[in-house]
Design a binder for this molecule. Structure first.
Ligand SMILES: Nc1ncnc2c1ncn2[C@@H]1O[C@H](COP(=O)(O)OP(=O)(O)OP(=O)(O)O)[C@@H](O)[C@H]1O
Ligand SMILES: [Mg+2]
Length: 357
């Protein structure tokens, strides 16, 4: 018998009422416990509503501390408040080159699909022209900007600088990064013009995580289908693993899945049994952002166990620079780690890569 027919009549035990509430893209109705950060973001962006230049900023903090969530929340409220803002959200893992980023900006203002194969210069030029014509202020969010800051594509920061300074457009930039330490690598001009304010996101405490979970449970689960204690265990686990709300929410979701297939209720038992899956689950979600080149690189490195940059460039054709960019992206996504090798008598530095987890 068809496996699906065999399942007919067997219904899940109704734990989820809106499973989407556990998706990474889900934007909660309210942001819990980040009032200060949200107000700071809003304060910096508010000048847009008076046709003045917003304060560009950098948001930094460890994974799962609400940087993306707070930014999306503030942008949503900003567009409700004023029509003068044009928010452009760019995930730099998805769009990881200078041209790709400029194209996303252009597409926001260009009704006609931009022609393929035009240079970054042309894309920039056309974007500037159209932004000026629109009379709107773009708020450009560069999320997961780590690889840009650290890598070869940092040129895009100069493009944005040019938009603001040479072209005198009122652009606002919100750069989001996990790594405060790499900010010092940036040119002083970029720091002072595109990162005028820093907003730090600290790790959540177990208490804060529990409040986030309570709210998420209400949004996503059938009333009465969970034990309060189970949320506490999720919060404690995430608290120990970096104060990361993504871990807390994913753990609750996995426990929900387990409950649905079994007891019909999320208790401490379902949470305990799901703990060993959480980190893997998060990694798999992240891997959905990989393109073909990234995947080929990951496979190559996993197969070999470890691979030096030389071995990688020898195995993959095309420009070294492009592959270096992919490696930078994979590293900033936490999928690869690397260290420099010291080789006697050799000039230049070789890096050796390994898959993480
Ligand atoms: N204060 C909060 N209130 C409600 N939900 C939150 C809050 N903070 C984070 N979350 C949720 O936790 C998850 C992770 O948060 P978010 O994606 O904003 O983290 P991040 O700081 O951007 O992490 P990363 O550096 O890994 O990108 C998301 O599902 C988000 O909706
Ligand atoms: Mg984020």
């Amino acid at each position: 018998m068809n496996v699906f027919r065999g399942l007919e009549g067997i219904r899940g035990k109704g734990v989820f009422r809106n499973e989407d509430a556990f998706n990474p893209e889900f934007l909660p109705e309210q942001v819990i416990g980040r009032g200060k950060e949200v107000r700071e973001l809003a304060f910096n962006l508010k000048p847009v509503s008076e046709k003045r230049r917003p304060t560009s900023m950098v948001l930094y903090g460890p994974p799962g501390t609400g940087k993306t969530c707070c930014t999306r929340h503030v942008l949503k409220e900003l567009t409700e408040y004023t029509q003068r803002a044009e928010p452009i959200y760019i995930n730099c893992w998805r769009h990881s080159t200078r041209t790709a980023i400029l194209s996303v900006i252009l597409e926001k203002f260009d009704m006609i699909n931009p022609r393929r194969g035009i240079s970054s210069e042309e894309v920039l030029h056309r974007a500037v022209e159209l932004i000026r014509k629109s009379g709107k202020t773009p708020i450009i969010v560069l999320d997961e900007a780590d690889a840009l800051i650290d890598g070869e594509e940092s040129g895009v920061f100069y493009d944005l600088l040019r938009m603001g300074e040479t072209e005198k457009l009122n652009v606002g930039v919100v750069a989001i990064t996990n790594r405060e330490d790499i900010l010092s690598l940036l040119d002083r001009r970029i720091r002072s013009s595109l990162m005028q304010a820093d907003v730090e996101f600290k790790r959540y405490t177990p208490g804060e995580l529990k409040e986030i979970l309570k709210d998420r449970a209400k949004a996503g689960l059938v009333p009465g289908s969970w034990d309060e204690e189970a949320l506490g265990v999720c919060a404690a686990f995430a608290g120990k693993n970096g104060g990361d709300a993504r871990i807390a929410i994913t753990l609750l979701w996995l426990a929900g899945r387990r409950a649905e297939a079994g007891s019909g209720r999320i208790t401490v038992k379902e949470v305990e049994e799901s703990k060993n899956r959480v980190l893997q689950e998060i990694k798999e979600k992240r891997e959905e952002l990989l393109d073909e080149e990234d995947k080929a690189l990951m496979e190559f490195i996993k197969k070999k166990g470890r691979a030096t940059s030389g071995e990688i460039y020898a195995a993959f054709r095309g420009s070294e620079r492009a592959w270096r960019e992919h490696l930078g992206k994979l590293e900033s996504m936490g999928l690869l780690e690397s260290e420099y090798l010291r080789e006697e008598g050799k000039k230049g530095r070789t890096r050796v890569f390994r898959a993480k987890l």
